[in-house]
Design a protein around this ligand. Structure first.
Ligand SMILES: NC(=O)c1ccc[n+]([C@@H]2O[C@H](COP(=O)([O-])OP(=O)(O)OC[C@H]3O[C@@H](n4cnc5c(N)ncnc54)[C@H](OP(=O)(O)O)[C@@H]3O)[C@@H](O)[C@H]2O)c1
Length: 380
């Protein structure tokens, strides 16, 4: 009953979404809201808020600055949002370091997604009221407060009083779960019982992929680079967990009992890409969506020719640019209810305030985390 209610509310919310709202989901799109304005506000009477600013490309732990802004009065059509949770993604860290596909326009306010609560609305705003939870996307979310046009925010369906744990999960909903869903559905017509393989399986994307595949009866081989992860990945629904190494191709074949692997999903590059491509069956597809090793893959054309292997690339930003609105609404309509009802989750490693951003990005860049690092700006 609760799930159906959530689904119905979400369908309604998605149908009302403006194109502008969905375009705001573009990763790294220009933030709205921003600098400090030295006027008092009806709401905060000149209250201050912390935000993270980037003025030069470099080591995130060195170049990020914590600034203090003064709340400004709302303009027509704007709302004020208290940021509740926002994740740190590898793409954020890479972009700050100047190693991503796109560079930030400086000065920049980093943070590509999150969840907030509306705390003030201007009189012209009809679709949002105080207390409403909203998804924040592509807007510079590592901050305590955001002022934005109401049309740029995505209202969440009525979830009652969700726990902080649910809010944290929702704060990660516009990038990684969507990527996992799209990679599972866009390239190969997967059927129940099919085998797929992925690398970096203990990443958030990897975890979502395991959970979504399990729900459809698709079997997953999950490659990781270190011991100690099998129990967690099995609890998410993994069928097989393997440690990456020179015998990976043979180990994958043993795990499937020589049944063909129809789809490989790679976020690592280098030798991992090569091994995954060599583990595919006839006509198999490898989807590349990341380069965590920083190493270019060595691709064996002999394997591709002999087995008619297809190589594809996935970039969520491109999907937002090209997918039709009903397709985007349908994808969100699948993901959000699953996160809200707890059947799609990512692990959380640690939480930091805005003022602790240097510690937070340092942790986010470390090996062997137990999940995502979150900025929880207004935690008590
Ligand atoms: N193309 C797209 O549109 C798109 C969309 C979303 C995400 N991504 C990419 O997807 C990847 C995962 O993102 P995420 O947010 O899910 O990550 P995450 O949860 O922050 O976790 C990163 C994971 O990568 C693992 N890792 C790092 N370097 C590795 C290597 N050389 N070999 C194997 N594993 C390695 C880490 O393992 P340890 O625990 O062993 O340190 C960790 O589990 C990133 O590359 C991200 O940029 C791409």
């Amino acid at each position: 009953m609760y799930e159906n209610q959530t689904q119905t509310n979400w369908d309604y919310t998605m149908k009302k979404l403006s194109i502008a709202s969905v375009l705001a989901l573009l990763v790294g799109s220009t933030p709205f809201a921003l600098g400090a304005h030295h006027e008092s506000t009806e709401h905060g009477k000149g209250s201050t808020f912390k935000y993270v600013e980037l003025n030069q490309i470099g080591d995130p732990a060195k170049v990020l600055e914590v600034k203090e802004g003064v709340s400004r009065p709302l303009k027509n059509g704007e709302v004020r949002v208290k940021v509740l949770a926002a994740p740190i993604h590898p793409s954020n860290v890479l972009q700050i370091a100047g190693k991503y596909l796109t560079l930030p326009v400086l000065p920049s306010t980093p943070g590509s997604e999150g969840v907030g609560q509306v705390i003030e609305t201007s009189p012209e705003v009809a679709n949002l009221t105080e207390g409403q939870l909203v998804l924040l996307a592509g807007v510079g979310t590592w901050r305590e407060e955001i002022v934005a046009p109401a049309a740029r925010l995505i209202p969440l369906p009525d979830l009652g009083k969700p726990s902080m744990a649910v809010i944290e999960q929702l704060s990660m909903s516009t990038i990684n779960p969507l990527s996992a869903l799209l990679m599972l559905t866009s390239y190969v017509d997967l059927k129940e019982g099919d085998w797929i393989v992925q690398s970096a399986s203990n990443s958030a994307v990897g975890g979502y992929l395991i959970q979504l595949a399990k729900q459809r009866g698709i079997k997953t081989i999950n490659v990781v680079r270190r011991e100690g992860l099998a129990e967690d990945l099995m609890s998410k629904g993994a069928d097989v967990v393997l440690i990456n190494g020179p015998d990976l191709v043979k180990e994958i074949a043993n795990a499937t009992n020589n049944a063909p692997v129809v789809l490989a999903i790679d976020a690592v590059g280098g030798e991992t890409f090569t091994r995954l491509s060599e583990s595919l069956g006839e006509g198999g597809t490898l989807v590349s969506y990341g380069l965590l090793s920083g190493k270019s893959p060595i691709f064996n054309p002999g394997i591709a020719i002999g087995k008619d292997i297809r190589i594809r690339g996935f970039w969520l930003t491109k999907w937002f640019q090209t997918a039709a609105m009903p397709e985007q609404q349908a994808a969100f309509g699948q993901i959000i209810p699953l996160i809200a009802n707890g059947s799609l989750k990512a692990n959380v490693d640690s939480r930091f305030t805005v003022a602790e951003i240097k510690k937070a990005v340092t942790r986010a860049a470390q090996r062997g985390r137990n999940g995502k690092v979150l900025i929880v700006p207004n935690a008590n």
